[in-house]
Design a protein around this ligand. Structure first.
Ligand SMILES: Cc1ncc(COP(=O)(O)O)c(C=O)c1O
Length: 359
């Protein structure tokens, strides 16, 4: 794939805020983006160009039927302050192909995804912030651009990657968050699109998120669509519980996103000698566990937040505190290991970090 590079003049480029505390999450964008179009059966015109608005037909299929998918991943400034590494980027490239297939879109080839991403991030190296808990968030996106109102799969697509320097996802930092258990709305059904990373899943979640925020919680914990009983995942994270010293998370059997962090946490936990089970827990089991002391910790895991300890569940007007609203030892250990590898503080025995190469 040839990539045509057209950079902004140096004098027009932006820079990181002087204080990393001003980064927030996903509000600041770097100077350039990677864009490539699919037309007449071919990916064409791969380019790196200044970040800015697109011109799209108002009839584009993405705007009417939501044919779109995306990824969320990060590049981390390493301990030596010079190198920058991706974390398991091939997993996101592959998941994006799987999402494309589910939404009947033209998948963007994995090797081109990784090449375009490396070239863009290499150009934008100076945008990777330095301090602990910060990173460069990477947002590959695929949208349906054919201009037609009849319901069909698009014949034309645009794939693009934009980059945003970010601080911690939750303003709390690495402190316990509050989670709202949604009793009636659902996120995903078996046979649906829950496993795909597509905008529709997040659009469907917003009304419940508003309820969660109104009750002082940061995210929604989703229950299964059939019985409103089994715990699936949180808004932007896979959910874990420690019950009777076993680490539980829901299986990925169609409704839950196959999180890269989830897979990494399961591996780290097993290698630390913890017992892990990919099994459904019922919300009543979790509440009983909180009451009788069997449930010692809960945490969410995802790219945006890495590991977020959960200190409180709100379910049907009742509040349940977990571990006295303190960070538990297993959450802390897994957080230290995961972020230690990501920032290069701990030796990466797994080959998960992929250095951004000069090219
Ligand atoms: C619904 C949902 N579940 C889980 C995750 C965690 O996935 P990952 O670890 O790949 O970021 C995310 C975040 O991307 C998500 O949006």
């Amino acid at each position: 794939m040839d990539i045509n590079v057209k950079l902004k003049p140096q004098s027009e480029r932006g820079s990181l805020p002087s204080d990393d505390n001003q980064l927030g999450f996903g509000r600041i964008f770097t100077d350039h983006m990677f864009v490539v179009d699919y037309h007449e059966g071919k990916w064409k015109n791969a380019r790196i160009m200044p970040f800015g608005p697109f011109s799209l037909s108002p009839a584009s299929l993405v705007l009417h039927y939501g044919q779109e998918i995306f990824e969320g991943m990060k590049a981390f400034r390493q301990e030596n302050k010079k190198d920058v590494s991706f974390f398991r980027p091939e997993k996101n490239a592959k998941r994006m192909v799987d999402s494309a297939i589910r939404l009947d879109m033209e998948p963007f080839p994995e090797e081109h995804f990784l090449t375009g991403l490396n070239k863009l991030v290499n150009i934008e190296r100076d945008w990777v912030p330095n301090s602990h808990g910060t990173s460069l968030y990477l947002r590959p996106t695929l949208i349906a651009t054919e201009s037609v109102l009849g319901l069909k799969s698009s014949s034309d697509y645009r794939f693009y990657i934009i980059l945003s320097p970010v601080g911690p996802y939750f303003s709390e930092g690495f402190k316990p968050i509050k989670i709202y258990v949604e009793p009636s709305y659902v996120r995903a059904v078996h046979g649906g699109i829950g496993e795909a990373k597509t905008g529709g899943n997040y659009a469907a979640s917003l009304l419940a998120l508003k309820k969660a925020r109104a009750s002082g919680c940061s995210q929604v914990l989703w229950l299964d669509a059939k019985e409103h009983k089994y715990i699936e995942e949180v808004g932007t994270m896979n959910q874990f519980f420690v019950m009777d010293d076993i680490i539980y998370t829901a299986p990925t059997d169609g409704t839950v996103l196959k999180g890269v962090t989830r897979e990494s946490v399961l591996q780290l936990a097993k290698d630390q000698g913890y017992k892990v089970k990919e099994e459904y827990l019922a919300i009543d089991q979790v509440i009983d566990g909180i009451k009788n002391g069997a449930l010692s910790e809960a945490f969410g895991a995802g790219t945006a937040a890495s590991i977020a300890p959960v200190g409180e569940l709100r379910y049907k007007e009742k509040v349940y505190q977990i571990n006295n609203n303190r960070v538990g030892p297993i959450s802390e250990k897994l957080y230290e290991l995961l972020t230690g590898i990501q920032y290069g503080r701990i030796k990466d025995e797994y080959g998960w970090n992929v250095l951004v190469k000069d090219d």
